[in-house]
Design a protein around this ligand. Structure first.
Ligand code: NDP
Ligand code: 2IT
Length: 453
């Protein structure tokens, strides 16, 4: 690592010493940019990397609400407006008890580069709350969302900041959030994406992240003259991203054999067919149950509970050719990555944000597998949010085919941008370096154009 790169990383870490996830995301990007900083010293002089790592604005607020027992509950709400160089702040909201500033800053930071890669005019942001939707009634979720929006509404708007879903925030939550925004502002605008189809949502937005991660894997395989047909795939998570990953893999003639939640994972060697996937969708989205039920329902499938004493996740040790980590950050560590390679995996396309630890990424790169990092591979979700914004601005909606074709084109162009940037800066085939450089250049050049603001 060059002096300048380690100085920049050191400076950013020292400023917020207790933000490990944020440091991890920054370190990956800044290290990848080393060849750019050599060629373009003007970015160093302009303190571009320090500026990009500092949120333009950060809101943190009290969210008080009353539960079904009449008890007052207090949660913490956040919105991080990270970068608006190329468009309004854009990024999801996460509701999960683990949410804190480090996690949201890493997500907002990643979002800046991801959104730049999509080719659409979107800046980066992220937000959420430490509220845990698990075990809450629909009414409690509604009251929480209303309380959250009662503060958030003053900071967002269709030309300012456009939130969407992430972990714990899906169609139900976006509905409640939109309802409260509309009531407070007396405006019907595209202020959120992932809306219901009857009230401004885009076809394919729910499917887009998972579909996009599969399209990205197909693009990577095409560089070796291969397709997904007949491939066995490991998928983690069982939420929005995981479900539509499995759906698209089935359509492409591949076989998914695993899914998980935070309690454990299922392994189904026969494959998660469309019928079994329909069961998962009902289980997770309607009944809000646990994946363990899958193994009692389908013969031949096994369930393995999380064992906190293990230093690895056995999900990643099954034999397969492709892996789609689609649950959460740092769910694949160095040992898991070794196990993936031993089990025959040579394609990793990340549906989740930063699911692989730096040790795991080193294993992928040493073994020269096709590794599509989250900010490239899962960009289909936010890209389709961008398409939803475009449709809302036109007060018009495109067909399913039209949106899906645009999504495919966008994933192809992200893949091409990664491949070209990696080659131009001397690291052919390295999607980490390619994605970080391509995402960075557009934002950094826009910031140069706009002066020190
Ligand atoms: P969902 O809330 O729909 O599903 C999340 C899934 O991940 C659930 O199966 C959940 O299990 C599991 N999970 C969550 N947290 C943990 C944890 N700490 N440990 C183990 N498992 C966990 O979220 P999404 O599918 O929308 O998001 C999944 C990932 O994809 C996240 O990293 C998100 O940032 C990323 N992403 C999402 C996009 C989108 O459009 N939704 C776009 C781009 C990226 P359980 O039910 O037990 O909590
Ligand atoms: O991480 C992500 O890209 C998302 N959660 C989707 C963001 C969005 O605005 O659609």
């Amino acid at each position: 690592m060059s002096n300048i790169v380690s100085e920049i990383i050191g400076e950013i870490k020292a400023r917020d010493p207790n933000q490990p996830e944020f440091h991890q995301a920054v370190e990956e990007v800044v290290t990848s940019l080393e060849p750019v900083l050599k060629k373009r010293p003007e970015y160093v002089k302009a303190k571009m990397l320090q500026r990009i790592a500092e949120p333009e604005r950060l809101m943190m607020f009290r969210v008080p609400w009353v539960d079904d027992q009449g008890q007052v509950q207090v949660n913490r709400g956040f919105r991080i407006e990270m970068n608006s160089a190329i468009g309004p702040y854009k990024g999801g909201l996460r509701f999960h008890p683990s949410v804190n500033l480090s996690i949201l800053k890493f997500l907002a930071y990643e979002q800046v580069f991801k959104n730049s890669l999509t080719t659409l005019p979107m800046g980066g942001g992220k937000g959420g709350s430490d509220f845990d939707p698990k075990g809450k009634s629909d009414n409690e979720v509604m009251r929480f969302c209303q309380a959250f929006m009662s503060e958030l509404f003053r900071h967002i708007g269709p030309d300012t900041d456009v939130p969407a879903g992430d972990i714990g925030v899906g169609g139900r939550e976006i509905g409640f959030l939109f309802g409260q925004y509309k009531k407070l502002r007396n405006e019907f605008t595209g202020v959120l994406t992932g809306k219901g189809l009857n009230w401004g949502g885009s076809l394919i937005r729910p499917e887009a992240t998972g579909y996009g991660a599969v399209y990205f894997a197909a693009e990577m395989l095409a560089t070796r003259g291969e397709t997904l047909k007949g491939k066995t795939c490991l998928v983690s998570g069982s939420g929005n991203v995981a479900q539509y990953t499995v759906e698209k893999l089935n359509e492409m003639g591949a076989k998914s054999v695993t899914l998980s939640d935070s309690s454990g994972y299922i392994y189904d060697p026969a494959g998660i067919s469309p019928e079994k996937l329909a069961f998962v969708m009902d289980l997770k989205n309607v009944r809000r149950g646990r994946m363990q039920e899958y193994a009692s329902k389908f013969k031949g499938a096994t369930y393995t509970a999380v064992n906190p004493k293990l230093d690895h996740n056995p999900l990643w040790a099954h034999k397969a050719q492709c892996a789609f980590p689609s649950a959460t950050q740092n769910e694949v560590n160095g040992i898991d990555a070794q196990n993936l390679i031993k089990g025959g995996v040579y394609v990793v396309s990340e549906g989740a944000n930063m699911p692989t630890t730096p040790e795991g990424i080193s294993v992928y790169l040493e073994n020269k597998i096709l590794y599509g990092l989250g900010k490239a591979a899962n960009a289909g979700g936010v890209a389709t949010s961008g398409l939803e914004m475009a449709q809302n601005s036109m007060r018009y909606s495109w067909t399913r085919e039209e949106v899906d074709n645009r999504l495919k084109m966008i994933m192809k162009s992200i893949h091409k941008a990664c491949v070209e940037a990696a080659a131009a800066y001397g690291h052919p085939g390295n999607y980490v370096i390619g994605a970080n450089i391509a995402g960075f250049l557009k934002v950094a050049d826009s910031m140069m154009d706009q002066g020190v603001v």
